[in-house]
Design a protein around this ligand. Structure first.
Ligand code: SF4
Length: 272
């Protein structure tokens, strides 16, 4: 087998790091061999495609609202049952009052990590007097446990990268980790956001860990299949790994193993 290495100039994202964490082989197939969607991730396929599109549309609605478009102009665009419910929840359950904050909508940050770069696109970063709140909208139909979200690459990457690369959002000074918080707002559970404060020890742990993983991947030549075969049920690369042909079904899905595996809300990020 020819030696396989990362494409030149490869940029890491929370999605690619999560893929590696879930299954090194999936990382290899998706980012090194660059195979796209060879199998349906879960059944029914059309239903999942619809959910992906609705998630993207919801993000677009919130983005437009945050940059100042009036709610009554946007409401008619919430044209499906799910979208209407999420939009109504968004309008009626303000998470935090950040009206006095500088608001950076869909801002992208990047920084060198190890021998590569790490990049993240944030739904919203609200900044005031050195304090930063990262908001991320989630349209999954199940609410994950907070402990599970705390361990996700997104939670680790977004907070760490804001400290490393967010200086220009804070008047030229790096954010103190203790001044950073990440909030996941679940459109179907609007009164139950998940909050993750931060501190210097966590930042050191995260950044050292991310650097270690990036360097490990950059020097990897072998990408083993995950030993947790439950992850394969929702993976589009099953046929490459002899891990089954039929996709998992919605009924089988458990919160943690499904919503994230299917990556409903990270489709855009896979491009990075
Ligand atoms: S099918 Fe399983 S082993 Fe193969 S890439 Fe997907 S998660 Fe990894």
């Amino acid at each position: 087998m020819p030696e396989q290495t990362l494409p030149a100039g490869f940029t890491f994202s929370q999605s690619s790091l999560q893929d590696y964490s879930d299954c090194p082989r999936r990382f290899q197939l998706r980012y090194i061999e660059q195979l796209k969607w060879p199998a349906v991730e879960s059944e029914p396929a059309l239903e999942n495609e619809r959910r992906q599109q609705e998630g993207q549309l919801f993000h677009r609605l919130v983005q437009q609202r945050l940059i100042g478009l009036p709610a009554d102009k946007l409401t008619p665009l919430a044209s499906t049952l799910d979208l209407r419910r999420w939009w109504e929840n968004y309008l009626t359950h303000p998470i935090d009052d950040v009206s006095g904050y500088a608001q950076y909508v869909e801002v992208t940050l990047s920084a060198p990590v190890g021998t590569c770069r790490l990049l993240a696109k944030y739904d919203l970063v609200a900044v005031r007097d050195g304090r930063a709140v990262i908001f991320d909208w989630k349209t999954s139909h199940k609410r994950p446990r907070d402990e599970w979200m705390a361990a996700r690459m997104q939670t680790r990457v977004y907070r760490a990268l804001l400290v490393q690369a967010g200086t220009h959002l804070n008047g030229g000074k790096p954010f103190e980790p203790e001044q950073v918080e990440m909030v996941y707002w679940y459109a179907d559970f609007p009164s139950e956001p998940a909050r993750f404060p931060y501190n210097a020890a966590q930042h050191k742990r995260d950044w050292d860990g991310l650097t270690g993983i990036v360097n490990e991947i950059a020097n990897h030549r072998v990408f083993p299949l995950t030993e947790d075969e439950k992850k394969c049920a929702y993976c589009p690369y099953r046929s490459y790994c002899n891990r089954g042909v039929a996709a998992g079904t919605g009924e089988e899905l458990e919160t943690e193993s499904a919503e994230a595996q299917i990556n409903f809300e990270q489709i855009a990020e896979i491009e990075f």
